[in-house]
Design a protein around this ligand. Structure first.
Ligand code: SF4
Ligand code: SF4
Length: 597
């Protein structure tokens, strides 16, 4: 048997194109990786990491466990398409071997096996394969049905918005929608002429045989297989240039992550894997407050990644993001969205630093001395109540403190970095780092989560422990160095700052401090799902009025807890929420300083 018919040509051309483009892309991306990344791959390849990566591929690329967690219906839709299709290929291959033994069969022979070997009546007919293949086809068709339904009624599937497609996506999507219905039709017509099939293709085949003349069925038989082959071919040709490239790209990305590759502060070829692994599922759209509260619909991570992939990213899109991390939190592919956006900003905006910030020299205005250094941060310097509260706390704990920036200092560098000025930020980092080391401190405390993040991630302060004031205050309490008055009648609600919670994974410490003072009432969105205050320094695109709208939304939710006081642990959040809240808004340090025994 030759396993060739003219109708298989579109499928063959599509398959060759698909694998040629994918091989070209992956080889060139891997070749461009920096040497240390190539070393990481070589080191990890023959270790248990490869096994754990394979397991993750099964869990996430086939079963879509993370999407199931976020939205079970969407999870089922993705699983039925990916896992169902995979099983159709795998069982189809086993079926070929079961009938023909271990001999080479070209790819189209496996894919169009029902055409080449219309099974019924042949010697050794194995109806179990008919049943399993029909069941799998039904599984995939249920996923296609849900995908259709999602396009028309996204809300019914728990999504307020779905992604806007580009033309190539539409071509691939349309072809994908037709692949499995076309297969059903072609196989059912085959069954109507030759018999065979099970409850699905066999059942429809019997109905067709009863209702349509055999001559007519024979006329539409070949065109039906042509249509199926064309749908496959078209999908495969459009796939590597469309969102569906994610189907393949997610797999190498999982392996690379297990080998410890990560995106960095500057763009590198590894980013291509993250960018093209985005399935444009649109899950990141709904949590975005820019969308929810301001109706901005074209800047979310899905659009940022799409624009970056097709080299059409504009600064106004890259800059219009709070970097709150709410989308990263829910992204089922686990893409490092904030880092990718940040390095895009840097590559679009960075201005070399040679002539800038020379006034840093000799600026040391620090005060006092001690093993504990306190870096208030620019925003804390603008919230004097936090500063004086920290002073009272240090005094009560008899802590000898070196104040790094009491009379003003150099910014931690993160705001500049977030705006894309990486080199200037680095100059600030270098200055502050030298200052901390010169003063020989062993602990660095800050009241600003933005400073905390950059200290921990980029300062590399060997020998210096870095603490947010919530961690430091809790430690003093646990050591018995701070004694606090407790009153259950004092009610507080707590706003998790983005950079402290999602950014630094600090959720429990501020809560423990609050619960030592009074009763804590949680807002509707808290911890990993907490809302952003709207005044993030990361967004240089929205105006004051828009920031206020977001702040009011957050404040409303905090006020609705019925607590008398709103507490936060970030000077920026404090100022932002205070503009929108009817309640008293304070920093964590203030409720501690105000309730010292
Ligand atoms: S960034 Fe993540 S959540 Fe958003 S569309 Fe892409 S894969 Fe989905
Ligand atoms: S980081 Fe926040 S503001 Fe930016 S796109 Fe994601 S959810 Fe929206």
């Amino acid at each position: 048997m030759t396993f060739y018919a003219d109708f298989t040509l579109p499928f063959i051309i599509g398959t060759v194109t698909l694998f040629a483009v994918i091989a070209f892309k992956y080889i060139s991306w891997i070749k461009e990786l920096p040497k240390q990344d190539l070393l990481l791959i070589a080191k990890g390849m023959f270790t248990h990491r490869t096994i754990t990566a394979i397991w993750e591929v099964i869990r996430e690329s086939l079963l879509h466990k993370r999407i199931f967690k976020v939205n079970p219906t969407l999870g089922y839709m993705h699983m039925s398409l990916a896992f169902g299709w995979f099983l159709l290929i795998a069982v189809g291959w086993i079926e070929t071997v079961a009938y023909l033994g271990f001999k080479w069969v070209p790819l189209q022979g496996h894919v169009f096996f029902k055409y080449f070997v219309p099974l019924n009546g042949i010697e050794g007919h194995k109806p179990i394969f008919d049943f399993v293949m029909d069941a799998l086809l039904l599984l995939v068709l249920s996923g296609v049905g849900l995908a259709w339904f999602k396009r028309m009624r996204s809300r019914a599937l728990g999504m307020k918005r779905t992604t806007k497609h580009i033309p190539l996506d539409r071509i691939a999507l349309t072809a994908l929608w037709f692949i499995f219905p076309a297969r059903l039709v072609a196989e059912s017509i085959t069954c109507s002429i030759y018999g065979g099939g099970s409850f699905l293709t066999g059942g429809i085949g019997t109905l067709l045989a009863k209702g349509i003349a055999i001559e007519t069925l024979q006329v539409i038989y070949e065109p039906a297989w042509w249509f199926y082959s064309c749908a496959l071919g078209l999908f495969f040709i459009a796939m590597p240039f469309s969102r569906y490239m994610h189907i393949f790209t997610e797999i190498p990305l999982i392996f690379l992550r297990h080998y410890k590759l990560r995106p960095e502060a500057t763009e590198k070829s590894y980013d291509n894997f993250e960018v093209e692994a985005c399935s444009r599922c649109g899950i990141c759209i709904d949590p975005c407050q820019l969308q929810q509260q301001l109706g901005i619909n074209d800047v979310q991570s899905v659009y940022f990644l799409r624009d970056r992939r097709y080299n059409m990213l504009q600064q106004k899109i890259a800059n219009n993001c709070l970097m709150c991390g709410r989308c990263e939190q829910v992204c089922p592919v686990g893409i490092n969205l904030n880092t990718l956006r940040l390095n895009s900003r840097i590559s679009m905006r960075n201005i070399p630093h040679e002539k800038r910030y020379n006034y840093f020299r000799g600026i040391d205005r620090s005060q006092g001395s001690g093993k504990v250094g306190y870096f208030a941060g620019c925003m804390t310097l603008l919230t004097p109540n936090t500063l004086s509260a920290m002073q009272r706390i240090f005094d009560a704990a008899h802590e000898q403190v070196w104040w790094a920036d009491k009379e003003g200092g150099v910014c931690c560098g993160r705001p500049l970095k977030l705006s894309g000025e990486g080199d200037s930020a680095q100059k600030m980092i270098d200055y502050n780092k030298a200052l901390f080391q010169k003063h020989n401190i062993s602990t660095l405390v800050t009241s600003c989560p933005i400073c905390l993040k950059v200290f921990r991630e980029e300062y590399q302060l060997e020998g210096i422990e870095i603490l947010h004031h919530s961690e430091y205050i809790l430690r003093l309490m646990n050591q018995g160095r701070l004694r606090i008055k407790y009153s259950s009648a004092s009610t507080f609600t707590y706003h998790d700052p983005c950079e402290l919670g999602r950014g630094n994974n600090i959720y429990d410490q501020p809560r423990a401090v609050i619960e030592a003072v009074g009763t804590l009432l949680e807002p509707a969105h808290n911890r990993k799902n907490a809302l952003c205050c709207g005044s993030s320094v990361a967004n240089t695109a929205i105006d004051d009025r828009q920031q206020l709208t977001i702040a009011k939304g957050v404040a409303e939710e905090l006020d609705a807890t019925g607590a008398t006081t709103v507490v936060t642990a970030c000077p920026l959040c404090k100022r932002a929420i205070a503009r929108g809240s009817a309640k008293k808004v304070v920093d964590l340090s203030e409720i501690v300083a105000g309730n010292l025994r």
